[in-house]
Write a protein that binds this ligand. Structure first.
Ligand SMILES: Nc1ncnc2c1ncn2[C@@H]1O[C@H](COP(=O)(O)OP(=O)(O)OP(=O)(O)O)[C@@H](O)[C@H]1O
Length: 264
């Protein structure tokens, strides 16, 4: 499976509120992990919702030459897997049933939905949760289920909104390793991450959103600079390489947020 993705002039928002303004990214190659970063309120979730088809958008999103913007929802669901920031448990559903809701009743290879859903959970090491009620899971367990729902249809494009925010170190690593494995055979993942060192560790490219616009796009080395941190995050910080060669952000300077920014 391979996919390339072209995002061209995307704008979206809510009722009377434009949030994302005219975002264009360079062509994303098959297998890319793109970290979407930016301060609170920058528009990261809104952009993912727009790409997932949950908000009306203007502009063009082409996956493997196929325009997604006006694609009917069921067809889009075959191509795009979305994991929202809060994976709200559907009261009364078991984990298995929750994953089954993302699947067609019979998959093209003839597998029944419950067998297919169990296989997806097993792939994430979460099959032991299959019979638990979603509403009774911990935050981290819900995130694993959210990822299972997103990947259930084997989509070419994964849109993951803070998939590791409720996870401990080991589970965080495991989930990102799964994302890496999923992209190895050509899928593309766009992943909202707040931990910039983590974004540097896992992402091939980083897109920085600032006030609904694309502030920067490039490799972690190109994008994670003291100047970007000052302008976008309003903090004085150093960017250093640890002995293992990874980028580290040292935020020993004072933040210069206005009161309005701090409230976001
Ligand atoms: N459902 C909504 N209706 C109206 N405005 C919204 C809605 N959701 C978000 N917004 C607004 O859109 C702007 C961008 O929010 P968004 O959640 O996309 O930012 P974000 O970068 O994902 O933030 P965070 O890092 O805090 O999750 C904010 O000003 C927010 O108040």
């Amino acid at each position: 499976m391979t996919a390339d993705l072209q995002i061209n002039g995307i704008s979206c928002g809510y009722r009377n509120r434009a949030v994302i303004r005219d975002i264009t990214l360079p062509l994303l190659e098959p297998g890319a992990i793109v970290a979407l970063i930016g301060p609170n309120g920058a528009g990261k979730s809104t952009l993912l919702r727009g790409l997932a088809g949950l908000l009306p958008v203007t502009g063009s999103v082409t996956l493997d030459g196929q325009e997604l913007v006006h694609l009917p929802a069921p067809r889009r669901a075959d191509l795009v897997g979305f994991m929202p920031q809060s994976v709200i448990g559907r009261v009364g559903l078991s984990v298995l049933e929750c994953v089954m809701t993302a699947l067609p009743r019979h998959s093209p290879d003839g597998m029944e939905a419950d067998v297919a859903a169990l296989a997806v959970l097993a792939r994430l090491g979460a099959d032991d949760l299959a019979n638990r009620a979603v509403g009774q899971l911990s935050g981290g367990q819900r995130q694993a289920v959210g990822l299972a729902v997103a990947i259930a249809r084997d989509p070419k494009l994964l849109l993951l909104d803070e998939p590791t925010s409720a996870l401990d170190l080991a589970r965080r690593h495991m989930i990102m390793q799964h994302v890496r494995d999923l992209t190895h055979d050509g899928r593309i993942a766009i992943v909202v991450l707040h931990d910039l060192a983590y974004a540097a560790q896992w992402a091939d490219r980083i897109a920085v959103l600032h006030e609904g616009r694309l502030f920067a796009f490039g490799t972690p080395d190109e994008v994670l600079t003291p100047d970007m941190l000052r302008q976008v995050y309003r903090i004085e910080a150093r960017v250093e390489r640890c002995s293992a060669g990874r980028l580290q952000i040292m935020t020993d300077g004072a933040a210069t947020l206005t009161q309005q920014e701090a409230r976001r």
